[in-house]
Write a protein that binds this ligand. Structure first.
Ligand SMILES: Cc1cc2nc3c(=O)[nH]c(=O)nc-3n(C[C@H](O)[C@H](O)[C@H](O)COP(=O)(O)OP(=O)(O)OC[C@H]3O[C@@H](n4cnc5c(N)ncnc54)[C@H](O)[C@@H]3O)c2cc1C
Length: 426
C-alpha cells in the first residue's frame, strides 16, 4: 500500500499496514516485528512535512486506540489513549468543561504524533504540547510495556520522542477549565518587527506575528482571556474558510503567484484579509486556523534574543535573492522546557516559520536556512529539515541522553528509518 503525508512531500510503500485496537495487540505486533527484524512505524495524522512518519516495512495506525481513560478535574489532569486526534480530544474535553491550555494551528494531528515533534502554539506562558505531558506508557522496541511516571527522568527524554523510543499508547496531560479568548490584530511596519519581537512575545498570554513577504506591513495577533459573549459568526466563518477559501481561493492564489510579477501584488491583496474586527470565541477555536490549502513548511526555533536577527535575515534573503514567496512568515513564541530534543529546550524560544507553495519553495527553504547560518537555530522535527546527527549534537546539549535512551528502549532499531538514521545515527 502506498502512503503519502499531508504535504505530499514524502511517499513510501510499506509491505504491511495494520490497525491494532488495544495495547495488548500493539505489544504482540512489536514483538513480532522485532522477532522478524522488520521496521515498524506508527503514522499519526501524517501531518509532518519531514519524513519522520514515513513507514518502511510495517505501517501502523493507532486510529482505533483512542478515547479518554480518566478525568481528574480537581487535579486538572486527564489520561488519553495516544492515537486520539486532537480535534476529538478537544471535543471530548469541551463537553466536560475542560480544554488544553495551548493548541497549534490545526487539530488534525494525533496526540502521540503531535508531541513527537514538539508541536506548539504561541505563548511564553505555556510550553509546547509536549510540555503538557505528565506521564506516558509506551511499548518499547522489544515489545515490553514501559511506564514513565511523573518524576521519572526519562519522561523529559520522551516528551519530544520522534517516534524513536516506542509505540506510545497512553498519555497523561495537564488540562484546564474552558475559557474564551478575544482576538485583536495590530498592524506594524515590517522593518520594526525585528527589534520589537521580544516585547511583542511578552505583550499577551497568546501572541504571534504574521508577515506576508513582498508587503510592508506585518500583523501582531493577540488573544486575551475574556468573559465577553462570543462574536456571532466565528464558527460559520471557519466553515466557509475551510470549505471555500482554503480549498478553492487560496490554491488559485498560489497558482497565480507563479506568473512573473504577479506574486507581490497577490501578497498585498492577501494581506488585507488578515485584518479582522475584534473576535471572541472558545480558546481552542480562536487559537487555531482554518485547515489551510496544501503547502510546505520549514521552521527554525531560536532563543528569543536571536529572533529579531533571524527575522531580518529571512526578510533580506527574500529581497536579495528575489524569491517569490506566496505564504506567511510566522513568528510564534514557546516557553523554554526540559524536553531533551525539544526545539524549546532550555530557554524561551521564537519559532520562525517559512511557508510556501509551488516551484519556488525549494530555493526559498534553502535560502532561509543559509540566512540563519551561525545562529543557534534548531529545526522543527515535523517540518522540512536537512539536518544530520552532527547538527543535532551541536544544537541540543541533552542529545547524548536521548541517544542513550533510544539505545536502552530500542537497541535493535525496530523503530528505525532512513530519517531516524540521518538525525539520530544508525
Ligand atoms: C496544516 C498543518 C498545520 C500545522 N500546524 C502546526 C502548528 O501550529 N505548530 C506546530 O508545531 N506544528 C504544526 N504542524 C506540524 C505537525 O503538528 C507535526 O508535524 C505533528 O507531529 C504531526 O502530528 P501527526 O499526528 O500527523 O504525526 P505524524 O506526522 O504522523 O508522525 C509524527 C511522528 O510521530 C510518530 N508517532 C505518531 N504516533 C505515534 C505513537 N502512537 N507512538 C509512537 N510514535 C508515534 C510517528 O512515527 C512520527 O515519528 C502542522 C502541520 C500541518 C500539516
Amino acid at each position: 500500500m502506498r502512503w503519502r503525508n499531508w504535504g505530499h512531500t514524502v511517499a513510501t510503500e510499506p509491505r504491511e499496514w495494520t490497525t491494532p485496537s488495544t495495547e495488548a495487540e500493539v505489544v504482540a505486533l512489536v514483538q513480532r516485528a522485532h522477532a522478524e527484524g522488520q521496521r515498524l512505524r506508527v503514522v499519526g495524522g501524517g501531518h509532518s512535512w519531514s519524513a519522520i512518519a514515513a513507514p518502511e516495512d510495517i505501517g501502523v495506525s493507532l486510529d482505533r486506540v483512542t478515547g479518554l481513560v480518566t478525568v481528574d478535574r480537581p487535579a486538572g489532569r486527564v489520561t488519553v489513549r495516544a492515537g486520539m486526534r486532537l480535534h476529538a480530544l478537544l471535543h471530548a474535553l469541551d463537553v466536560r468543561g475542560l480544554t488544553l491550555p495551548i493548541v497549534g494551528s490545526i487539530a488534525a494531528q494525533s496526540l502521540a504524533g503531535a508531541i513527537a515533534t514538539g508541536t506548539h502554539g504561541s505563548s511564553l506562558q505555556h510550553g509546547n504540547l509536549s510540555s503538557l505531558v505528565e506521564a506516558m506508557r509506551l511499548v518499547d522496541g522489544r515489545g515490553r510495556l514501559v511506564t514513565l511516571a511523573p518524576g521519572d527522568p526519562r519522561l523529559d527524554g520522551a516528551r519530544v520522542h520522534l517516534g524513536a523510543l516506542g509505540v506510545v499508547t497512553e498519555l497523561a496531560l495537564r488540562v484546564e477549565p474552558t475559557f474564551a479568548l478575544a482576538e485583536t490584530v495590530e498592524p506594524i511596519p515590517v522593518e520594526r518587527v525585528a527589534e520589537a519581537l521580544p516585547a511583542i512575545a511578552r505583550s499577551a498570554e497568546y501572541v504571534k506575528v504574521w508577515w506576508l513577504p513582498h508587503t510592508r506591513q506585518a500583523f501582531v495577533i493577540r488573544y486575551e482571556r475574556t468573559r465577553d459573549a462570543p462574536t456571532s459568526g466565528v464558527s460559520t466563518r471557519r466553515f466557509v474558510d475551510e470549505t471555500v477559501v482554503q480549498t478553492l481561493v487560496v490554491p488559485g492564489v498560489f497558482w497565480l503567484s507563479r506568473i512573473p510579477g504577479v506574486g507581490a501584488r497577490v501578497a498585498r491583496l492577501m494581506a488585507r484579509t488578515i485584518m479582522q474586527p475584534r473576535r471572541v470565541g472558545p480558546a481552542a477555536l480562536m487559537l487555531s486556523t482554518p485547515m489551510p490549502a496544501r503547502h510546505r513548511e520549514t521552521e527554525a526555533a531560536l532563543p528569543l534574543a536571536h529572533a529579531g536577527e533571524a527575522f531580518d535575515r529571512t526578510r533580506h534573503a527574500i529581497d536579495r535573492e528575489r524569491l517569490v514567496v506566496n505564504f506567511l512568515v510566522e513568528a510564534r513564541f514557546v516557553r523554554g522546557d526540559r524536553g531533551w530534543l525539544s526545539p524549546a529546550q532550555g530557554e524561551d524560544t521564537c519559532q520562525l516559520g517559512a511557508y510556501c507553495a509551488g516551484p519556488t519553495t525549494d530555493a526559498y527553504f534553502a535560502a532561509f536556512w543559509r540566512a540563519l547560518a551561525g545562529l543557534p537555530a534548531r529545526p522543527h522535527w515535523g517540518k522540512e529539515l536537512a539536518h544530520t546527527r552532527a547538527d543535532v549534537e551541536a544544537r541540543w546539549p541533552d542529545a547524548h541522553r536521548f541517544f542513550a535512551l533510544r539505545d536502552a528502549l530500542d537497541p535493535d532499531r525496530t523503530f528505525g528509518s532512513a530519517f531516524h538514521t540521518r538525525v539520530l545515527g544508525a
